[in-house]
Write a protein that binds this ligand. Structure first.
Ligand code: HEM
Length: 263
């Protein structure tokens, strides 16, 4: 099962003919990122996978929770609205305070920074989880997205500390740090959109496939070898079948989270 988009299938096996298939990557070739970025990404992805339990046997409840499998939708894009909106409001309050020196604007900015930081915690946890399953060009864009979001979060954290020390409304430096943080988070949002809309990260590539409600016979069970991929068709939808012991697993032949097409 794909834990990013939740796509999965279950198929009864009986009569049909199919042969084991090869997997080939359909990701277009893009210039490789610098080796040190690759090394850091490898290390970070391994560490994330240990923390969220990717290497454990399913059900991986914590990972599925952070992916949003239970929600039927990636959780990350939902949570990211909180810091982006809160920090945008922070800038509005700060501009009002800088112009008019009104106390309510100072307190508004203070509260908005805190709400944004709390939302950023959730966005970072869910974002790292989704990113840990990426590779190639999307992983590289995701890494830059991570750097700008982490930078923005640090800037807002310092801005919050300054506001706390000096008291709300007594910190031009805190406001300026917030403006810089906002630029970072907006650019990071652009990179996030790049991942989703250009690279297809987290996109359900089976959204328009007509799935049948009933079980369908696709293969003679006794002829299916273990640990080999079989490409079959169920209700007109290409599906890959894999046997592990007495368990048969099936998934759409278009694997969105991995960006691979199985031919
Ligand atoms: C303050 C923190 C963050 C904010 C505000 C943020 C914002 C966004 C936005 C706006 C998108 C585009 C969503 C869409 O168009 O559907 C996105 C996507 C994405 N972000 Fe983040 N992000 C944050 C942290 C992170 C971190 C730390 C990572 C880890 C590398 C990350 C990984 C991703 C991934 C993999 C996607 C692709 C869509 C998905 O998997 O949900 N994000 N992010």
């Amino acid at each position: 099962m794909c834990e990013t988009c939740g796509c999965q299938g279950s198929i009864s096996l009986a009569a049909s003919s199919a042969s084991p298939s090869e997997t080939t990557s359909s990701t277009p070739s893009t210039p490789p990122p610098p080796p040190f970025v690759e090394r850091w990404s490898d290390g970070l992805q391994d560490a994330i996978k240990v923390v969220i339990g990717s290497h454990r046997k399913p059900p991986r409840r914590f990972k599925s929770f952070l992916n949003g499998t239970w929600f039927g939708h990636p959780l990350h894009p939902v949570i990211t609205d909180v810091p982006i909106t809160a920090w945008l409001l922070t800038a509005v309050f700060d501009i009002i305070w800088l112009i008019a020196h009104t106390t309510w604007a100072a307190y508004g900015g203070f509260v908005a920074v805190i709400v944004g930081l709390l939302g950023a915690l959730g966005a970072i946890a869910t974002g790292l989880t989704d990113w840990s399953d990426t590779y190639g060009a999307e992983r590289h864009v995701g890494f830059n997205h991570l750097l700008f979001n982490a930078g923005a979060t640090m800037l807002y954290l310092i801005s919050f500390i300054l506001r706390l020390i000096a008291g709300p409304g007594d910190g031009i430096a805190a406001a300026i740090l917030g403006f810089v943080g906002l630029v970072c988070v907006i650019y990071a949002g652009y990179l996030g959109g790049e991942m989703v809309f250009t690279k297809g990260t987290g996109v359900n590539h089976t959204a328009w496939e007509a799935a049948g409600e009933d079980y369908e016979a696709v293969l003679p069970a006794e002829g299916v070898e273990e640990h080999k991929l079989y490409r079959v068709t169920a209700s007109g939808v290409p599906v890959i079948v894999l046997r592990q012991g007495q368990q048969f697993c099936a998934i759409s032949a278009s694997v969105p989270s991995c960006g691979r097409t199985i031919r």
